[in-house]
Structure formats: C-alpha cells, structure tokens
Design a protein. Structure first.
Lengths: 113, 115
C-alpha cells in the first residue's frame, strides 16, 4: 500500500540547535516533494520544493534533501528559534499530476529557549 | 489580493443539516483544491478544479459532498445531511498553472463541528 510516514512523536530541541525531520514514503513515484509549515488552527504555508532529480535545496536556514533510492526526504532547520515551533508537513506530488499533493501526517517541532 | 479566503471560519451544526463553505482563491490562480484535515492528520485531498471544470474527485468523497466553481472564480463545498464524522477542518488551496512553481496557497480553513 502507499504510505507517507513522518515522525508521529513531537521533536523537542534546544534553541540554536539543528532540527532534522524525516519523511519516508512507499509505493509512490513523486515528481517532486514539498514541505509546509502549519501553525495551530491555520492553513499550511509552503516552505520548499525539491524535484526528483535534485539532491538538496536550501533557503535561508532551511535545507531539504531528497533520496529517491531510499524514498526519503530530510528537512533541516539550522540555528532553530522558538518561533520555528510548529507542525511540519511533507507532501508528494505525483508525475503527470496537476499539483495534487499527498500529505503526511506531519511532525510537531517544539524549540525551547 | 491578500490570499485565499474562506468563509465561514467556524461552523457548528446539528447532525442531518446541510452546510456550505465558500472559497475565494487568489485571483489569477486557475487551479483550486479542497482538502479535509482532522486532528493529528495531514490534509486529505477531496477535489480539484481547473478553471470551472471539476477534474478529480476523491473516492473518499461520498455523494453527500458536492463542490462547484462557477465561472472559474470562487468555489463552494456543500455537505448534505451532515454526520459527526464530517467534523474536520476544510481547507481550500489555489495555484497557478502558468507560474507553475508547484506550491499550493492555502486558506485558513473552515472548521466544521457536527453535534
């Protein structure tokens, strides 16, 4: 069966450290993968997109890697801040689609001062 | 244009009643999506419009759900004979085929509680 798995347990880290979130998928062949941030009671907000032929993407303190052999993406936030505390969603877009995204359940990140 | 707008933000209804949600996408976006999200889960795809045409509808969507996008602008999602299992956040998103960066712009959602 098709699955997208993100750590269901919250990730607690100290301010200033690097947060690393994992997204694993099975039985999908995504054209690209996206990461979104979601705050409680709000809609998701786009952060980064990485295509199947890209290994790594960076944007300010954010870095995403994509390994289509391992079927895994890692999302890193360096020099984390309490304001980074939120739920982070991984989403796959399938080939031949129209930006239809399949979302994981998300990982909640808590950055402590 | 300030983004995707959804109305109402919150709706409490009794089981068996009909409810309708409205979504106003970013004006130049021709693609519109509806998702449903329950607590602790990611958004789940419901349906997709390109302009006024509904091109895909999830098999999870029962015949009590209907969506429209007349004239390719705003969209409505109607749920008839609501059930307690329909309680969720209903999210609307839009994107542009022409600028094609792939990202979806989400609204703040309409939270439905069925008593």
């Amino acid at each position: 069966s098709q699955k997208i798995e993100q750590n269901s347990e919250a990730l607690n880290i100290q301010e200033g450290k690097t947060a690393t979130l994992t997204c694993n998928y099975t039985n999908y062949s995504p054209a690209y993968l996206q990461w979104y941030r979601q705050d409680p009671g709000r809609g998701p907000v786009f952060l980064l997109l990485i295509r199947e032929n890209e290994k790594e993407k960076r944007k300010e303190r954010l870095k995403v890697t994509f390994d289509t052999t391992l079927k895994q993406s890692l999302f890193h936030i360096t020099a984390s801040q309490p304001a980074d505390s939120a739920t982070y969603l991984c989403a796959l877009a399938l080939s031949g689609g129209y930006n239809k995204l399949i979302f994981g359940a998300g990982t909640r990140l808590a950055v402590h001062p | 244009d300030t983004g995707v707008s959804q109305d109402p933000r919150h709706k409490i209804t009794k089981r068996g009643q009909n409810v309708t949600f409205r979504c106003d996408p970013i004006s130049e976006h021709n693609r519109l999506y509806w998702y449903r999200q329950t607590l602790g889960q990611g958004p789940e795809f419901l349906t997709y419009f390109q302009n006024e045409a509904q091109l895909e509808k999830s098999r999870l969507l029962s015949d009590r759900f209907s969506a429209e996008r007349p004239k390719g602008s705003f969209s409505t999602l109607e749920i008839q004979r609501t059930e307690q299992g329909d309680s969720a956040m209903y999210l609307c998103a839009s994107s542009s085929y022409m600028t094609g960066t792939g990202e979806l712009f989400f609204g703040e959602g309409s939270r439905l509680t069925v008593l």
